[in-house]
Design a protein around this ligand. Sequence first.
Ligand SMILES: NC(=O)c1ccc[n+]([C@@H]2O[C@H](COP(=O)([O-])OP(=O)(O)OC[C@H]3O[C@@H](n4cnc5c(N)ncnc54)[C@H](OP(=O)(O)O)[C@@H]3O)[C@@H](O)[C@H]2O)c1
Length: 252
Amino acid sequence: MNQFSLKDKTILITGASSGIGRSCSVECSRSGASLILVARNEDELQKTVSMLNPDTKAETIIADITTAENLEELIAEKVAVLGKISGFIHCAGIEKTLPLKKHTPQLYNDIFAVNVISGFEIAKILSLKKYKTETSSFVFISSVAGMVGEIGKAAYSASKGAVVSGARSLAMELSRSGIRVNSVSPAMVNTPILEKMFENIGEEAAEEILKKHPLGIGQPEDVANACIFLLSDGAKWITGSNLVVDGGYSAH
Ligand SMILES: NC(=O)c1ccc[n+]([C@@H]2O[C@H](COP(=O)([O-])OP(=O)(O)OC[C@H]3O[C@@H](n4cnc5c(N)ncnc54)[C@H](OP(=O)(O)O)[C@@H]3O)[C@@H](O)[C@H]2O)c1
């Protein structure tokens, strides 16, 4: 038996329309999982579906996870189709690099709403007995910015630190329900979020960041593979951890 297979597991993935979430979707489907994919952009979400292993059973939820009031209902509908959920990757996230003088309470609110609160609210739904299999695994995508200081990232870094510490507390609370909870902290990964950031900070600063990655910039599948490990039974004794996937960035 392959301990790292996701066969017979249904995984819910937020942020599945782009970047790391799309790659998590593709790699989870290759590992045998059925999928519930969540994002706002229907066309991009359909593009992800078209990239999955052709045998994969996949359902989509088109929703803004910060405002949708009927998320539980939508999830319940998908559970009725695919069966109970054994795993969750919270990959939806927004990033803003701005000098402190441009940080506003609204900016903190917007970033925390997607990166932190929505993820923990979905975890609340998925921890209910009626939606979960006997054992389950939740993975929250944080960032090295939650551990290492970076200029212009006060709000983003704070949100990613909150993801790691909140996930640790969830790990304590949910262990008795058979749910493992971990976070994954990537450094720079080649996705649209990174392209946008590089446009904002300019070429020189981008060059400096590149130099700090001994193994170079990561690819989305490098993060997806770490998530698959944490979702699989091969990680059945791992909870409350933060897996750093950063090409050596934070080893400096
Ligand atoms: N790329 C990196 O270098 C890097 C490094 C460290 C950590 N991370 C983290 O990894 C995660 C994924 O990043 P990425 O690079 O893949 O970003 P991305 O390509 O910009 O994708 C972000 C995803 O989040 C979804 N999303 C954003 N706001 C949403 C909302 N209100 N409701 C529902 N979905 C929403 C987007 O979907 P829609 O627009 O379709 O809604 C999209 O699928 C983020 O948490 C990010 O902070 C990324």
